[in-house]
Design a protein around this ligand. Sequence first.
Ligand SMILES: [Mg+2]
Length: 302
Amino acid sequence: MLGGAIGDAMGHPTEFMSMSAIVASYGPAGVTGFELWWERDGRRFAPYTDDTQMAEIVLRALLDARETGDDLDATMRRMAEGFVAWSERPQGGHRAPGNACLSGCRALAAGAPWAEAGGETAGGCGSVMRAYPFGLVFGDDPERAELWAAEHSKLTHRDPIALAASSAMAVGIARTLRDEPVEDVLDAMVTAAGRRCSRTAAMMAQAIAEARGATSPDVTLDRLRGWAAHEAIAAAVYVVARHPTDACAAILEGANTPGDSDSIATLAGALVGARIGLSGLPFDWVRDVERSDELLALAARI
Ligand SMILES: [Mg+2]
């Protein structure tokens, strides 16, 4: 949870910046730590974006549903309520939410069934960016993590690339928590994606091969901008294959991209964070990310 939030906050300032603009603003190494600071109640913090706002809603819904023994349908209806409330009054204010997320929420608010609320061709990264909690909560059940994450995408994104990417992300987190070697985790993510979209699986497999073949981020992450779901999950597996246990390197590589920096860094941060745990994350990043205490308390419920 914290790895995802830190990645999101790290990539927040660079979300809509080209690499040349990043270098012009932050120097040749790009962003190397939190750069965007806000203040609330006398405390300075690095704000995250809609990725973490929505992931928090997903995680809360899953934890509450676990306590009451809700099935998939009841859990998704609970999640839909949270999404609608977020779209109308997001905790902490609006953070560049995606159009597909907002239009899915409008459909849900108007009474659409959760499995039909998302746009049929909505394939942005808005559902995969909030899918990691399925892996956190169902760490002992990767099959359920995969299925429920894919189903949850339908609240806002029904394109197969979004379903495939969401399921792959959940499987990646669940299997990482079982301490499986990174190579096995990445293979399982590709296989999971392939059950719903072969194009997504192929894009991920190519990205992993490029990471293993030392293709430069200048090439791979320039191609995989991450605005679309399959590109975002492919960019994430590329980064994780290169830095499986180095949260700093993974998060900064995700943040310093010409594409959807906050979402790529969210996915990379969540995956590497799941492997190394809280103690592996830089102390000051954990301390300074927005609502750190609340997120830690929430994570403790997992
Ligand atoms: Mg965002």
